[in-house]
Design a protein around this ligand. Sequence first.
Ligand code: C5P
Length: 234
Amino acid sequence: MKDPRIIVALDFSSTEQALRLAKMLDPMLCRVKIGKELYTAAGPTIVEKLMRDDFEVFLDLKFHDIPNTVANACKVAADMGVWMINVHALGGKKMLVAARDALPLGGTKLIAVTLLTSIGPDDLESIGLNNEPKNVVQKLAWLAHSCGLDGVVCSALEAAQLRQAIGAGFCLVTPGIRPIGALTDDQNRIATPQMAIQNGADYLVIGRPISRAVDPLSILQNLNKEIEAQLTTN
Ligand code: C5P
């Protein structure tokens, strides 16, 4: 499959657990995401191991620091050959531009987290931002776009609005995906794979619905069929 749309979240605390799931998956059918938990436990070695098994890696470390520090961290991550990395848009314009400039164009994709989906209106007010989360998300997505980033992480429910506002060619990566009938776990604002693609998402981050399945590969295959069907009607 060319350009698989599913990114499987490897939310584990050890190399063994992550590789056990990866062995049940197929790098032709998905990419994988390494977040802070797995990277803190297993470091660059797990990235190398997964890449050696032909998986393209989204290194989800959400950098947020002074521009020079973030730029250097992005460069190190890109030199590892990962497919995608991310930074917090709240780091501001100078930080985003420094991150962008640290990466060769056409190489590792650089996307931004706008507002974490765990942040609600009360949280915004408590840090002095008296605005609706959806307005802040729009503003930060435009900032990322104007700084030359490749896209943003957003809820699938925000994707339609962002796609309409920003247009094609800006990558929307959406977590909070739950197939019909799946457990919602701790996710609140969920969407099915079909809804996410219909709303204009490019890539779907999916963790537990695949990692906790008895047969992760068959779930992956079924979800890809659902996505393919929606892509042809989009
Ligand atoms: O298991 P589940 O499908 O809920 O995993 C979703 C993944 O997406 C996790 O790695 C989680 O940290 C990540 N994520 C999220 N919501 C965000 C940003 C990232 O669920 N707003």
